[in-house]
Design a protein around this ligand. Structure first.
Ligand code: PAF
Length: 303
C-alpha cells in the first residue's frame, strides 16, 4: 500500500524546503511536525529553483499519523535520537521512517538508539541521501539553491518516494545499495561542510582557492585511508569527483554547517569528522587534518 500522506519531522531549511516542494507539486497532503506548539497552517515561501508560496499544516502531535502516513525525519543528526524518542515512545502507526541526515551510518545509529530506548515496535527505516542545497532566508522562507541528486533506498517506500520527487521536478532515483552512496555523501559533507563553516564561504568558493583545495585533499585522503582500513573499497579520485559534482550543483549554497555556525546552533561535526577521528583513534591512524578542522568548528560553535 502506498502512503496517503506525508509528515515531515523538522522545520529547518531541509524540512521546510522539502515540505514546500512536496506540498506544492506532489498532490499528496503534507504536514510538518515540530516540538513547538504548531497546530497552525504556515505559508512556506520557496525561492531560487522553485518560486511559490504554499500553505502547509503544522502538527504538534505525531500520533495523528495513520498507517498510511509516511514520516520523513529532516532533523539534524544530533537531534535524531531525541526525535526518535519523542515520536516512537508514542503509539504512532506510521509504518516507515525516511532518514535524511548528514553523517556516516545513520541507520545503524537509529537502530542503536531504538535498542538503547528499549523501543520494540520499530518502523521500516529508509535511508535518503540528498545533495539538494537549501538556504533558510527567513522564518518560513527557503531558497532552493541547488538541485543535486537524491538517492533513496530501493524498496516499496523508497522507490515510491523517489518517483514522487521526480514528479515534483527533483533529480531522484531508487538505489539498490545505499552503503556506497552514504559513504560518498558523508565524505563530501566531511570536506565541504566544515571548511565552508570555518571560512564562512559558499560551497562554490572551495574550488576557487588553492589553500581551500589543499585542505580538501588532505581531509579526503585521511577519510579514504580510515574507510579503507574499515574495509570499504573507496578511491580518492572517485570521492573527489563526487565532491566536485556536489560543489558545482550547489555552488551558491551556504552549507548546512555554515548555516548552523552562523545561527549559533550545534553542528553535525560529530557525525562526520568526529566519526573519522573516533575510528582512526581505534585503529591508530593519525588524522591531523580532520582533528584541526574539527577543533576549529567546535571553537566557532562555543564562542
Ligand atoms: O549539508 C549540506 O549543506 C548539503 O549536504 C550540501 C550538499 C553539502 C549542500 O550544501
Amino acid at each position: 500500500m502506498h502512503p496517503t500522506d506525508i509528515l515531515i519531522i523538522g522545520t529547518g531549511s531541509m524540512g521546510l524546503g522539502l515540505a514546500g516542494i512536496l506540498a506544492s507539486h506532489s498532490g499528496i497532503p503534507v504536514r510538518v511536525y515540530s516540538r513547538l506548539p504548531a497546530d497552525t497552517t504556515r505559508t512556506i515561501v520557496l525561492t531560487g529553483r522553485y518560486s511559490c508560496s504554499v500553505p502547509v499544516r503544522g502538527v504538534s502531535d505525531p500520533t495523528s499519523s495513520t498507517s498510511g502516513t509516511l514520516l520523513i525525519a529532516c532533523v539534524k543528526a544530533y537531534d535524531l535520537a531525541p526525535v526518535l524518542k519523542i515520536v516512537y515512545q508514542q503509539a504512532i502507526q506510521a509504518p516507515a521512517l525516511v532518514l535524511l541526515q548528514n553523517g556516516f551510518f545513520i541507520k545503524d545509529f537509529a537502530q542503536e538508539t531504538f535498542d538503547a530506548l528499549g523501543i520494540e515496535k520499530r518502523p521500516e527505516l529508509v535511508r535518503m541521501i540528498t545533495s539538494m542545497g537549501m538556504n533558510r532566508t527567513g522564518p518560513v522562507t527557503v531558497e532552493v539553491a541547488g538541485l543535486g541528486e537524491t538517492a533513496l533506498e530501493a524498496g516499496e517506500t523508497g522507490s515510491w518516494l523517489a518517483e514522487l520527487l521526480v514528479h515534483c521536478g527533483l533529480p531522484a532515483y531508487p538505489a539498490a545499495t545505499m552503503g556506497d552512496k552514504e559513504i560518498e555523501k558523508a565524505v563530501a559533507n566531511s570536506v565541504i561542510n566544515p571548511l565552508t563553516a570555518v571560512y564562512r564561504v559558499p560551497n562554490g568558493a572551495l574550488l576557487c582557492e588553492h589553500a581551500f583545495r589543499e585542505r580538501m585533499h588532505l581531509l579526503l585522503q585521511e577519510d579514504a585511508l580510515v574507510l579503507q582500513h574499515l574495509g570499504y573499497q573507496v578511491e580518492v579520485t572517485v570521492l573527489f569527483e563526487n565532491i566536485r559534482k556536489i560543489i558545482d550543483n550547489t555552488a551558491g549554497n551556504r552549507s548546512s554547517m555554515l548555516q548552523d555556525v552562523e545561527a549559533g546552533r550545534p553542528t553535525e561535526i560529530a557525525f562526520l569528522n568526529g566519526f573519522i577521528i573516533r575510528k582512526a583513534g581505534e585503529m591508530g591512524i593519525p588524522v591531523p587534518a580532520n582533528q584541526a578542522v574539527y577543533e576549529q568548528v567546535i571553537r566557532s560553535t562555543t564562542g
